[in-house]
Design a protein around this ligand. Structure first.
Ligand SMILES: Nc1ncnc2c1ncn2[C@@H]1O[C@H](COP(=O)(O)OP(=O)(O)OP(=O)(O)O)[C@@H](O)[C@H]1O
Length: 356
């Protein structure tokens, strides 16, 4: 490379031609390039993505390398450190100062797998390197403790900076709080409005969440007092709607969508997840049986112009893992990959919304 004298400005100039495909601006303008270091015949720098679950990570890395080779020198060795700093909504909620994004997971109909999707998305986001928590507000049947093998656990109350704080359960690196910890499942307490409001307020304000990139809220099916309390209590990043492809579930999912979209509530829909999209027997992994109809969720997303985050098959392993207390997304395999892809799409939508 003899004569070549490369400066940080030249490197920045080359990288300013690389676009962040979602945010539609270049990496330099977005402040995503850090710590440029020049060595003999090589350049090192860090790219700070908006989420560790970024589905475009590899493309952005290749585009950076390509820009330097094309615009600076083809033989320059390029060493890129890909990191991430999750972005947050502009006005973070003072009730939960360390929590960057709060995502409501809702469904119209019961039993469509909303808790299963919440648990597995949390696992997948955690696996990608994010700090994740779940607040299980589904008093109709708090299944999150079971899905995390935490049904016999109780959160402790500890004094932090002179204030009593609830310590969330930490299971597989995910922080959990559940209405189920307050009311044992076998003796369902008839929750009344003020009790729920109080419990939710406490779960947000008095829990020692510390730093979280994503806090997922598992809501009861349908639209209830809890939904209203939640949107009044906390500034949500957005909502995810879980549905199955059959007609009854879709019409209920539409009600869920409309609840968040109505003017007085105005919570962005981050996307729709189609659960039990098709059945795949373990012994015939390439066969797909569309038991509940095909593409219902996808079509609903198109109709209401909301992102389609992906589909989850009906497989025995998902139910077994849930019952065994460790979400399947914690393991490796095609089902975990499906959740990984949905989590990446969700993280991407959050980053896009936060940039607007
Ligand atoms: N894709 C799937 N494949 C196999 N089993 C699934 C799948 N999704 C959910 N299940 C199973 O279906 C049952 C109901 O799921 P889950 O509790 O997640 O539904 P829900 O919508 O949260 O229910 P609720 O109405 O109680 O809130 C569970 O036993 C779960 O393991």
């Amino acid at each position: 490379m003899g004569e070549l004298s490369v400066t940080k400005e030249i490197i920045l100039g080359a990288l300013s031609t690389v676009q962040e495909p979602d945010l539609k601006k270049d990496l330099v303008t977005l402040g995503m390039i850090k710590d440029i270091e020049l060595g003999v015949g090589e350049v090192r720098f860090t790219v700070v993505l908006t989420t560790p679950a970024c589905p475009l990570k590899e493309k952005i890395r290749q585009d950076c390398e390509g820009a330097i080779h094309n615009l600076v020198h083809p033989d320059l060795k390029v060493v890129i450190n890909m990191t991430a700093e999750v972005t947050s909504i502009q006005q973070q909620d003072p009730l939960i100062p360390g929590v960057k994004n709060v995502i409501a997971v809702a469904s119209g109909k019961g039993g469509v797998g909303k808790s299963t999707v919440t648990a597995n998305l949390a696992m997948a986001l955690k696996k990608a390197g994010a700090k994740v928590g779940i607040l299980d507000a589904d008093i109709s049947g708090p299944s999150i403790p079971v899905m995390f093998g935490a049904e016999d656990m109780q959160p402790l109350v500890q004094e932090v900076n002179g204030k009593n704080r609830i310590q969330p359960i930490n299971q597989y690196g995910i922080k959990l709080i559940s209405m189920g910890f307050l009311a044992p499942t076998e003796s369902p307490v008839p929750w009344r409005g003020p009790m729920m409001t109080q419990a939710l307020r406490q779960f947000f304000g008095d829990t020692n969440w510390e730093e979280l990139d994503y806090l997922l809220i598992d809501l009861p099916p349908g639209t209830s007092d809890i939904h209203l309390t939640l949107v009044q209590l906390i500034k949500l990043t957005g909502a995810v709607i879980v549905t199955t492809p059959q007609k009854v579930a879709l019409s209920d999912a539409t009600k869920g969508l409309q609840f968040f979209k109505q003017n007085s509530i105005n919570v962005p829909i981050l996307g729709l997840v189609e659960n039990m999209a098709y059945f795949t027997p373990a012994e015939l992994p390439d066969n797909k049986y569309y038991l509940f109809g095909k593409d219902g969720g996808k079509e609903l997303a198109t109709k209401y112009k909301v992102p389609f985050l992906g589909e989850v098959p009906l497989v025995q392993g998902i139910r077994e893992a849930g019952d065994a207390g460790k979400p399947i997304a914690a393991e490796e395999g095609p089902t975990a990959d499906a959740f990984g892809q949905i989590a990446a799409n969700l993280a991407q939508q959050i980053a896009i919304n936060n940039a607007q």
